[in-house]
Ligand binder design. Sequence first.
Ligand SMILES: C[S@@+](CC[C@H](N)C(=O)[O-])C[C@H]1O[C@@H](n2cnc3c(N)ncnc32)[C@H](O)[C@@H]1O
Length: 469
Amino acid sequence: MSANFASGTVWTGDNLPVMRGMNDACIDLTPFNSNRDYAAPIGSEAAGAAFKDTWTLSDVDVHEHGELADRHPAAYSVIEAARQAHGKSMQSYLIMMAVRLLEMRRVLKADGSIYLHCDDAAGHWLRALMDAVFGVAAFRNEIVWKRIGNHNDAGRFGRTGDRLLFYGSDIERGGVRVPLSESNAAKYRRTDNRGRYQDTDLTGPKTTEGEAGQPWRGWNPTDIGRCWSVPKTGDYAAWIAENIIPDYLAEESILARLDMLDAADMIVFTANGTPRLKRYLHANPGQVPPDVWTDIPPVNSQAKERTGFPTQKPLALLERVILASTKPDDMILDPFCGCATALVAADRLSRRWVGIDLSALAVKLVDDRIAGDRGSMPWGGALALTAPPARTDLGDLPNYRTHRHRLYGEQEGVCAGCETHFPFRVMDVDHMLPRSRGGTDHPDNLQLLCSGCNRSKGGKTMAEWRATQ
Ligand SMILES: C[S@@+](CC[C@H](N)C(=O)[O-])C[C@H]1O[C@@H](n2cnc3c(N)ncnc32)[C@H](O)[C@@H]1O
């Protein structure tokens, strides 16, 4: 679906109604951090006050509570478990997050990805919630980012890591390679006139009667229950063709490729005559980082990128996430864009982006930081909006009342509220999620209530209304 907003927009306001106004499936990546322990958004009177855990149920729009029970019982069950095991503060925080995660799932493309940055206080509940919302099959990694070097925590091991919960599509491996670890680089022990190399196996498992099972230079892989595995595809084969043997990739015969490699001094023989392939250190494109990231330092107090925002993340962290899960021109949404780090990283990497933050100061931060980051390259400024976008992907929905007959048939004349049978003329079409709260005339959001129930329900969701009965 195409986006119904322009890249470079920053909305000031609650992200829930803004996301509700976005078309289905128009976002490629949502990297975000909603720290449970912030007391006040930037720019508010309380900004700068100690960050502490202030979530209580009254902080959360109680509407969201009922709405969630209506729309997603699985997520609601996770939250109920959190209430029992952890308490009301965690319950409230998860309710706030769950309704927003559901909206993020709707606006993400089917092959999109989401990274939720959290600490170890709420991370396990958020992961259970993300499993419920995005599905266990979409889970990719729980990345631990070593946020600080050392931390003294009385009575326990120092807590130095944050978590990034990653759900979505396979990563673009090429974009995120890092230099080989010392232990991997140390394997390149030998040197020739091309540089450092290690000798590696030229065989694979299984035997075959085909060419891959035939002897070469007096050595037969079949004798040891294996077959030839001589690079034909992949990074190293491409490197050989580009740097050493120009027609290497065109050669179909395995034994002929072995001849070519030998002629180019790419093969060494062990004492018992086993041929092995030279792999050069400088041909190695680096490794994809594992799921523990220790190579990205936090934003230090002297750093040029520092904004003073207590939870600011380093640009390098967001750049890795963006390179792993997007291509140039993809659309990135940070719904808690705070000090703008994700948006600056997106701009730097030529991705399209939009952000949302409760605080009006976020727009200025985005502008200042992008302008600073671009240096002499001009920046026209973010498009600052407060009104949520209006969806353009619902088509021309017919007036909701036209669904009365269909619903009467589907519900077999029974009111969805009191479950009593009524004649057609006393039934009203009701919006399950009221239009005042972003509900649409889409058939999935409609039901029939008897006029008594409809009057009583008013602007509530079903669960809120039931709670008052
Ligand atoms: C923990 S900070 C995120 C900072 C930023 N993403 C980063 O990592 O540098 C949380 C931000 O979310 C904003 N925020 C909190 N609730 C929000 C809501 N319902 N809608 C939009 N923004 C919200 C706050 O104003 C604050 O700037």
